[in-house]
Design a protein around this ligand. Sequence first.
Ligand code: XUL
Ligand code: CO
Length: 439
Amino acid sequence: MNRTDYFPGISKIKYEGPTSDNPLAFTYYDENRLVAGKTMKDHFRFAIAYWHSFCNENSDPFGSGTRTFPWNRSSDPMDNAKYRLEAAFEFFTKLGTPYYCFHDRDLAPEGSSVLESEKNLSKLVSLAKDYQKDTCVKLLWGTANLFSHPRYMNGAATNPDFDVVCHAGAQVKAALDATVELGGENYVFWGGREGYMHLFNTKMKMELDHLGIFLRAARDYGRKIGFEGNFLIEPKPMEPTKHQYDFDAATVIGFLHEQELLDDFKLNIEANHATLASHSFAHDIMVAAEAGLLGSIDANRGDPQNGWDTDYFPTNLYDAVEVMMILLDHGGIAPGGFNFDAKIRRNSTDSEDLFYAHIGGMDTFARGLLIADEILNNSDFRTLREGRYTSFESGNGLQFSSEELSLEQLRDLANKNGEPEVRSGKQELLENLFNRYIR
Ligand code: XUL
Ligand code: CO
C-alpha cells in the first residue's frame, strides 16, 4: 500500500527501560515481558481511540482547532477519510499498539441519505480491512455515533420520536456490519444522549423500555450476522444530558438484569466517567469485575478541580496500581482491552505530542502492573484483607453465608455470644503498605 509519512522523523517506538531519557521510548511498557504468566501486550490489549487522535483538531466551545491535520488536504471528505485512515495506521504501527476503536462517523463521513452513509462506511471498511491485514493491527471495538447529529438532540433509542429511533437503528446496523467485517472483538454502546434534560417533558419508563428493546434488537442482529464478541455498555452519569440513564456501573448492571441482557452484555468502564459519578476509577472497575461483567476499559483521567469530562491521558500511577490489582485478581481484561479514550490538550500542537501522550499512558499502566503484581505476591495485602472475613469460614458464620440462618437464629446467637470483640480494619497499615511499593 502506498504510504505517506504523516508523522515524519518518528520511527518505531521501542522499549528502552526505566533509565532511558529518550521521550520517544517506553520506559516500562515492554510488550513481550511476562508478568503473572502473561505478556504485557496481552495484559493490556491497548487500543487507540480514532476520534480523539485523528478527528478532533482540539477545538473547544470557545475556539476552533489548534492542530492542523496533514490528512485533511482535500475538499472531498471521502478523500480525507482515506488519508486519515492511512495516517492512523502509520501511527498505530509506529507506536506498536495492537488495537484501535472507532465510531462509524470517525471512519467515514455521513452521507445525504441512509444509503449514502452506508456506502461511505463500507468503502472505508474495505480499506481498513487491507490495512489491518498488512499491519496485524486489530479492531477492539466499533460503535455508532448516536449523539453528534442534531436529530439525536432528544436521544437515539430513547427519543420520543419513532422516526429518530429508526435512524439510530440504521446506524447501529451499519456499524455492526462494519465491526463484523473487520473482525471487531467487542461492540460498544455509549448512551450519548440517552437520558433527559427535564422530567416535565420526559416519560422515563417508556424511554428505558425502548432502550432495552433497541439493545435486544441490536443483539439479535449482531448474533445473526456472526458477531460472537461482547456487547458493551459504557456508563456515564452526565454530559451531554443532565441525567444519563447509564449513570454508573451499578445502575447499568441493574438495567441489564431488568432487560434480560446479561448473557450478551458487559460493561466498558471509563475512568473519567466513574469520577463524574462521584466514584473512583477503581470503584467502578470493582463493581463490574465482581459482577463478572467487566468487559473493557476506556483509560483516561479527569481533573480533581473540575467536574466535566476532561479526557486527560492517564498518568496517575496510584490509580493504575489500584486498577491493575483488581484486574490481576479477576482474570484480566480480555477479550476487552485498554482504549485510550483521551485527548491531548489544546496547546499540544506538535505531531509528536500524540506519541508522548500515548507513551505516557502505556508506561503508567505497565508500571502499575509491575507494582500491583509485587504488592499481591510479596506483601501481606491479601492476607490482611482475607483476615477480616475469617469468621465466615466455619461454624455459624459459614451457615449464614450459605443462607442457612434465619433472623431469629441471628438474634439468639447475638444473645448467646455477647458483645463482639473490637477488630481494627487496619486501613492506615494497608495504605502505607501500598505506598511502600510505589517506586
Ligand atoms: C464519551 C465517550 C465516548 C465513548 C464511545 O464520553 O467516552 O467516546 O467511549 O462513544
Ligand atoms: Co469512552
